[in-house]
Design a protein around this ligand. Structure first.
Ligand code: PLP
Length: 451
């Protein structure tokens, strides 16, 4: 796999010149500590100088293999050529007018692209925002106005953001919710088909979890009170969990039968990440609304709610929006990112990354008992670490230690999961095949060193 679009000329090779962090990063970290809120934590204590393709270069000249894409954002790599060109051109024209004051074409073009790319051939409309959490909040607003109902159903292990409503929608307490309540009302959480941890086995997880979820909604909330069911078709922060087969179709059918707006939160899983434009396509789901962000704009802050025109049009004029939503530079970047995804066929590249990673990780799981599960699709892959394969007791200590060992060797991996025991890989889709393999070599060595 060659690197077709790497952005700035960052050599596509790992290079470790100093300890991680190096002296310049340490200096900057000292300055950070004195002026940046401690709650703004960092995965790695190295400061970036430039990035492109599959490499992040730090201020000490170390080059790290990027297996995290800045939290799943840089699907097209950092500073992809079409993104830089289009956003620079736009910045030279104007940076902002507020779409709700004097609109501009870029916003409309992004909404046209979203209508075209998202599943379903019904009439679709979009509204643009700045962050994923903002998109999810606005999906709830649209669903509530459209249905005249209030309740929102979400799932165990789900993650939807850190604003007040989205904290309520998010499952995990630490670090996302702890101490920040009270949370928004009318949010109900139901079971998820988490195959690896389903008591009667992964093959039963889909139908059994769907039956439990539907039963809980029916008994505890009442379907006619539910405005929206919101689910990530492939859960990210919860631990890269693919809901077991049958679960999503059952929930989507239940929503349709009961006049509930079915919302797919594709903020992490969308835009080629899983080898399809949207992860919900895997089981042929056509959501009523889709929320997107992250990969949509090549690193610029942009988010969207896209869906059935009648739902998106239900709110009164001025009811949705904000000062910066759909900023013209972010829209230009999105058009560049989408152009790159199509031209480079990044769906095929995501599948290629899966074809490299899954067999190698599976082989590691055969050798190292600490790996309880290997899962994910496309370039959204993870290993779940356990203390004991029989009990599946989570092993967050091993995840932290392995990630730290990888970081020291220059492979940027992320730890996630409800139990903090999942190492996830979200490489940019333009990364070179050899860098993916080298990252896996580093992980393998770190596992070996634990033996
Ligand atoms: N929804 C999902 C599925 C996410 O993965 C995230 C971020 O990780 C969000 C919502 C929140 O997005 P943001 O951090 O842009 O607010």
């Amino acid at each position: 796999m060659t690197v077709l679009s790497g952005g700035p000329a960052v050599p596509q090779e790992r290079r470790i010149l100093t300890a991680i962090p190096g002296p310049r990063s340490q200096e900057l970290m000292t300055r950070k500590k004195s002026v940046v809120a401690d709650a703004i934590a960092t995965v790695l204590p190295v400061f970036a100088a430039r990035a492109g393709g599959g490499i992040v270069e730090d201020v000490d000249g170390n080059r790290l293999i990027d297996l995290g894409s800045g939290l799943g954002v840089t699907v097209v790599g950092n500073a992809a050529e079409a993104v830089v060109r289009r956003l620079s051109d736009q910045a030279a024209q104007f940076t902002h007018t507020a779409f709700s004051v004097t609109p501009y074409e870029g916003y409309v073009q992004v909404c046209e692209a979203l209508a075209d790319l998202t599943p379903g051939d019904h009439a679709k409309k979009s509204a643009l925002f700045n962050s994923g959490a903002e998109a999810v909040e606005n999906a709830v607003k649209a669903a509530r106005v459209y249905t005249g109902r209030q309740a929102v159903v979400v799932f165990d292990h789900g993650y939807h953001g850190r604003t007040n409503l989205t904290m309520a929608l998010t499952a995990k307490n630490m670090p996302f919710k702890h101490g920040f309540g009270p949370f928004a009302p009318e949010v109900y959480r139901v079971p998820l088909a988490y195959g690896y941890r389903w008591p009667t086995g992964p093959e039963n997880a889909g139908p059994e979890a769907a039956a439990q979820a539907i039963d809980q909604i029916t008994r505890q909330v009442g379907p006619r009170n539910v405005a929206a069911i919101i689910i990530e078709p492939l859960l990210g922060e919860g631990g890269v969990i693919e809901p077991a087969k049958g679960f999503l179709p059952a929930l989507s059918r239940f929503a349709a039968d009961n006049g509930i707006v079915f919302v797919a939160d594709e903020i992490q899983s969308g835009f080629c990440r899983t080898g399809q434009w949207f992860a919900c396509e895997d089981e042929g789901i056509v959501p009523d609304l889709i929320t997107t962000a992250k990969g949509i704009a090549g690193g610029l802050p942009l988010a969207a709610v896209t869906g059935r025109a009648e739902i998106m049009d239900a709110a009164h004029a001025g009811g949705l929006g904000g000062t910066y939503g759909g900023n013209p530079i972010a829209c230009a970047a999105a058009l560049g990112a989408i152009e790159t995804m199509k031209e480079m066929d990044l769906n095929a590249r995501a599948k290629n990354i899966e074809a490299i990673m899954k067999p190698r990780l599976t082989a590691m799981a055969e050798r190292f008992d600490v790996i309880g599960d290997v899962r994910g699709r496309g370039a959204m892959i993870a290993i779940e670490l356990v203390k004991d394969r029989a009990t599946k007791e989570p092993n967050p200590e091993a995840a932290a230690a392995l990630a730290a060992a990888c970081h020291q060797q220059g492979a940027l991996v992320l730890v996630t999961g409800t139990y903090g025991n999942v190492i996830r890989f979200l490489p940019p889709l333009v990364i070179g095949e050899y860098l993916v393999n080298e990252g896996l070599d580093i992980l393998h060595e770190a596992l070996e060193a634990r033996q």
